[in-house]
Ligand binder design. Structure first.
Ligand code: ATP
Ligand code: MG
Length: 416
């Protein structure tokens, strides 16, 4: 570890450790990329090395895969494979001769597995993403003398269980050490990278992931768009490697929605190319298939091949009919993936903030309206939910998201 240089903030933490000021629960919180996980791994390693060899220790993250990617590989890189070995299939590692259990907090069986064991220490990455029951169980097992928890997290809503029941809990204050990390504290990052991150996070995501605040989401969801829509109007059209269509089926009283989008081959840019709403009233499946067919023909004429049409997976009968109807023009119909809505919203706003989302303004009026009308539901406490009470056009947003959600990991390259 001799080549390693800490940031000033990270030094502060190591100072706290050296002066024996860590508590039973130690939580590093704050912005993305602020250096929390990096220093928490070093802290964990040197702390574990100073603890009894016959205790059992545990490292966990939301899933074993995220644990491996965010913590186990980086830990190995930081302290060397000689000092930390692990096997994901055995869910076990050895850190400076101490046995480390590895768990994914979202795995239903994990909670049962830790019931009854005695832990000398636990490490948790991205704690707000853990189920509360898993965390309660974990704390109850931290019963060896001098046992500690070292955790990192980004902020969430102020009513998140971690905030209300632990971080803000006065009864625990003697047992709790919190340290805040701001993105600007990570002086190891190139300035232009930090600049572009700050642009990508907008609205509530800026407050949380850049400023590190525990805040609720309220008001307009796509504020970055509504503030200046024309910024997103495409001036030219690049070559697209994938052209996809999203289709959301309307129910009673609502409308069907179609959105076509294109992505560029380096997965950096997303373009909305054409949108349409179709009133559901008086529509038979056949007339709907015909409208979708015409939409597809127009897209094919203009852009060539359509990679796939992703349709709302809740409507399997309509999908089966549509498959037949579109077969003659070679359009493949697939089920929408239905990623978490907030992951889709985050991806859209990150693309907007990063200057990577564009639209053909003359062809996408329903999407323009949908972006401008979408608001967070202020009646639901504890998590953010896009208001879906018929006052805004959620169908078009769904269809838009179905058209590109498959590419979100490549477009965003982020775990958050
Ligand atoms: N002292 C350091 N020396 C070199 N690189 C560092 C140092 N501290 C942090 N980094 C690097 O900075 C990047 C961000 O750090 P880290 O992953 O710890 O941030 P984080 O606060 O956990 O962010 P997130 O909330 O996004 O998980 C990583 O690539 C990490 O390797
Ligand atoms: Mg981290």
């Amino acid at each position: 570890m001799d080549k390693i240089a800490f940031t000033a903030k990270q030094n502060e933490l190591i100072h706290v450790f050296k002066n024996n000021k860590l508590k039973r629960l130690n939580v590093l919180e704050g912005s993305v990329r602020s250096g929390k996980t990096w220093i928490s791994l070093i802290l964990w390693a040197i702390w574990v090395a100073s603890r009894p060899k016959d205790y059992l220790y545990m490292m966990c993250a939301k899933s074993l895969q995220t644990l491996k990617r965010n913590c186990l590989f980086p830990l190995q890189e930081l302290i060397g494979k000689k000092n930390f070995k692990f096997s994901l299939s055995k869910k076990e590692g050895v850190l400076f001769g101490r046995k480390i259990m590895l768990e994914g907090a979202n795995d239903q069986r994990s909670e049962g597995k830790i019931r009854g064991i005695t832990l000398g220490g636990a490490y948790c990455d991205e704690l707000t993403l853990f189920p509360k029951d898993f965390f309660i169980m974990l704390l109850s097992r931290l019963s060896a003398p001098g046992a500690k928890l070292i955790a990192t997290t980004n902020p969430d809503v102020p009513t998140h269980w971690l905030m209300t029941e632990y971080l803000k809990n006065e009864k625990l204050s003697d047992d709790l050490f919190r340290m805040f990390f701001h993105i600007d504290d990570n002086t190891t990052l190139p300035a232009d990278y930090v600049q572009s991150l700050k642009k990508e996070y907008t609205g509530v995501y800026y407050d949380r992931f850049i400023l590190g605040k525990w805040v609720v989401a309220n008001g307009a969801i796509y504020k970055v768009f509504s503030d200046s829509p024309t910024v997103f109007f495409a001036k030219d059209i690049p070559h697209f490697d994938y052209i996809n269509i999203g289709l959301d089926f309307g129910g009673n009283g609502s409308q069907h929605a179609l959105v076509c989008s294109g992505t560029t081959h380096d997965m950096r840019k997303l373009y909305a190319l054409k949108t349409e709403r179709i009133p559901a009233a008086d529509m038979t499946p056949q007339t709907l298939y015909k409208r979708v067919y015409d939409f597809c023909v127009e897209i094919k004429d203009k852009y060539g091949t359509i990679s796939a049409l992703y349709a709302d997976s809740a409507e399997q009968t309509l999908i089966a009919g549509l498959r037949q109807a579109l077969r003659p023009i070679g359009v493949i119909v697939k089920n929408s993936l239905k990623r978490e809505i907030n992951d889709r919203i985050r991806a859209t706003t990150m693309l907007m903030g990063g200057g990577r989302f564009f639209m053909l303004s003359g062809e996408c009026q329903t999407l323009i309206d949908a972006f401008q009308g979408a608001v967070w539901d202020d009646k639901i406490i504890g998590k953010e939910v896009r208001l879906d009470d018929g006052t805004s056009d959620i169908d078009t947003l769904d269809a838009f998201e179905y058209s590109f959600e498959r590419y979100i990991p490549q477009l965003i390259r982020s775990d958050k």
